[in-house]
Ligand binder design. Structure first.
Ligand code: RIB
Ligand code: CA
Length: 348
């Protein structure tokens, strides 16, 4: 299945990309670099260096807009580290970006795979909104759209009620939900965007013990990360992908611990990537979604009208249930061998 990934690479975005490249049923045909966790330029560098680390062929990586549609960019180096991947260092690469931008990349990929392309957005929706302005037929060109964003009847992680991706560019999110829904609406409920908010993704928490399971599946020793370790302790894993994951996740674990959430990391984006390839991993409820843009306390909040108070067509399938163990089993059974092949190419 052709997949287009729009990411703000960050720690969990990087793990989502690893999952896609580890999945035999996915063919990543393009990657858009969206400003969010770190500036777009840094996201683009991270994406190119990850392709080098993964040892995969050339995949078009495009640079997105420097800022959200109508407000200044806000980034999250405190959460994802100064370059977006925690304490991890990625290999240098001489791979280069496409000459066209991320919005054009969305449209080019959709036109090259009409009706087949699976879109995955795990960052702010700035470039997806710009792509929709460029090609209003985009919703009908995609087979599926999965968005990691929002929080439905659930607290925010950026404000009391707003989730990060939506809060970085609320106008873009509002535009995407309005336009995409209108393009399909009741005609094809299965074509409504799948929207995975914190209410769902915070059920999926990576822990040091699950990370050790992944290292074992990669044939690598593991650093057995612990909250008792000195901050910034470097990974001793022998496998290069496990080493990057351990160094990146350590920073993310420390951030979650300091937030009072425990020494763990919610894998928002890898879950979205797994759902992009297999929507049956999650239970859904259809609703009409919109984004608060003017609320003093609530700007950036995603609001779901479950009962039709607004009298508007449904425009989203909201994820409401997932089995975390089933997700981690699938993540490990795919990414473990993928990592192992980096050091043992004949491993199958
Ligand atoms: O709120 C979680 C989302 O914001 C994830 O996609 C994370 O990578 C950040 O972009
Ligand atoms: Ca992200």
């Amino acid at each position: 299945m052709p997949v287009f990934a729009d990411v703000d690479t960050g720690v969990d975005d990087a793990m989502a990309l690893a999952y896609l490249f580890a999945s035999p049923d996915a063919n990543v045909v393009g990657i858009a670099s969206t400003a969010g966790n770190v500036p777009a330029e840094q996201v683009a560098i991270n994406n190119l260096r990850l392709l080098e680390l993964f040892g995969v062929g050339d995949v078009p990586v495009s640079l997105g807009a420097a800022a959200p549609l109508s407000i200044p960019l806000r980034t999250a180096e405190d959460t994802h580290g100064p370059e977006g991947l925690g304490y991890a260092h990625l290999p240098q690469t001489d791979r280069s970006l496409t000459p066209y931008d991320a919005a054009q990349a969305w449209v080019t990929a959709a036109r090259e795979h009409p009706g087949e392309l699976i879109g995955l957005a795990t960052g702010p929706l700035t470039n997806l909104a710009l792509a929709l302005r460029l090609e209003p037929a985009l919703p009908r060109l995609l087979r599926r759209l999965v968005i990691m964003g929002g929080a439905f009847d659930y607290r925010g992680n950026t404000t009391a009620v707003a989730e990060w991706n939506t809060h970085v560019d609320p106008e873009a999110a509002a535009e995407v939900f309005a336009v995409w829904g209108a393009a399909w609406g009741l005609h094809a409920p299965t074509h409504l965007p799948i929207v995975l908010g914190l209410n769902l993704t915070e059920n999926v928490a990576m822990t040091p013990s699950i990370l050790s399971r992944l290292a074992a599946a990669a044939g690598s020793d593991s650093s057995q990360l612990s909250v008792l370790d000195d901050r910034g302790t470097r990974s001793t894993a022998t496998n290069p992908l496990i080493q990057v994951f351990e160094d990146a996740l350590r920073f993310y674990f420390e951030f979650h611990f300091d937030q009072g959430e425990g020494y763990l990391a919610h894998l928002h984006d890898p879950l979205a990537a797994a759902v992009a390839l297999d929507p049956d991993l999650v239970l859904y409820q259809q609703a009409t979604v919109d984004v608060e843009l003017t609320g003093t306390l609530t700007r950036g909040m995603t609001v779901a009208d479950w009962r039709g108070h607004w009298g508007r067509d449904h425009n989203a399938r909201i994820g409401i249930g997932v089995d975390p163990a089933a997700f981690f089993d699938r993540f490990i059974e795919r990414v473990g061998p993928f990592a192992r092949r980096l050091t043992d190419p004949d491993y199958s």
